[in-house]
Ligand binder design. Sequence first.
Ligand code: ATP
Ligand code: MG
Length: 395
Amino acid sequence: MSKFETQEDLNAVIRQHSELLATQLHSQRESLFPPDASKSMRKFTSGEAAAVLGVNDSYLRKLHLDGKGPSPAISSGNRRLYSAEDIQSLRVLLEKTARRPGDYLPGRREGDHLQIIGVMNFKGGSGKTTSAAHLAQRLALKGYRVLAIDLDPQASLTALHGVQPEFDLMDGGTLYDAIRYDNPESITKIIRKTYIPNLDLIPGNLELTEFEHETPRALSNGNAGLFFFRVKEALAQVDEQYDVVVIDCPPQLGFLTMSALSAATGVLVTIHPEMLDVMSMSQFLRMTADLMDVIADSGADMSHDWMRYLLTRYEPTDAPQNRIVAFLRTMYGDKVLNAPMLKSTAISDAGLTKQTLYEVDRSAFTRTTYDRAIESLNAVNDEISQLIQKTWGRM
Ligand SMILES: Nc1ncnc2c1ncn2[C@@H]1O[C@H](COP(=O)(O)OP(=O)(O)OP(=O)(O)O)[C@@H](O)[C@H]1O
Ligand SMILES: [Mg+2]
């Protein structure tokens, strides 16, 4: 056995590599985003602003010429550029003269309950984080008041939103603080604003794994209470402040995922349509059903408003994928969302610079690549928005 393989040395190597990687990533981030320059949302062309608001570009132009609403920035080419804040102000203005209430501000009205959407599947890499991030951002841009929660200790959703899980959260600040068994914090203390209007974030990091370790201990001490309701109870403290909560779950069926499942009113299961993924999904579904039975046995109401499968990284030209998609649609019918999330280099490239496609400029990609990807994302997210509206009895 070489010296390298003794346990002590392996440990040292791993530790050294971990430190090296953390330092490198930190300095890379410092050069990309200097500490004083926090992340910001790009500006939108008048065409993009009109599309997201659901009005004609000419109407937006008229509002501008009449001096109504916010004053957009003017580009060197004399084009109007709207910030996400401008778009939100326009929403408020347009809603005042809307034909039907909610045409521009689609959020809750009296009697509507908070929508809590859990994005899950224990298969790693099935597109949970990408789906959750784009859903949360699109809903916020559409005028919903959104809270995104990173429940995954890997913290990819957190990093996508410009918070560094290992540096910015040294003194806590994840949902763990609000669901821990000893001295939980108020959830209001850990919610952060983001650079996108209407979008708040509860970041995650490794500390979340404490919940997985402490729950069995609390259960054996009799201190856990209804442990699976801890996320739901924490969210109840801020119920009135949001329309939709989007929870990015870790790729396993642990106590964190169970708590998210118990809090959720809607469940989105991401599926990459490949044989191995679909096979593991069968186990995921059975285990989830078993867990829900256990929770229901303790008297909890486990009914949900809806659950849907979302096809992710779908390649329409891939014949084996198409067979699996056809098979899933035949088996599960309208439980599979109509719109799939297409596989696109625009989405993965944006991810490399810790951005969603809503954050990158259209000029960063060839037009057809960008347009195809954004149309697919919008179709998915708008279909979910319709489910939300239906739950509130509006469609
Ligand atoms: N539609 C897409 N087109 C291209 N690449 C994608 C797409 N969706 C996701 N990806 C890429 O696939 C990888 C896995 O996606 P993602 O992180 O969203 O999965 P996940 O289910 O959250 O993974 P984990 O289980 O590790 O949390 C990422 O590198 C992401 O950029
Ligand atoms: Mg993820």
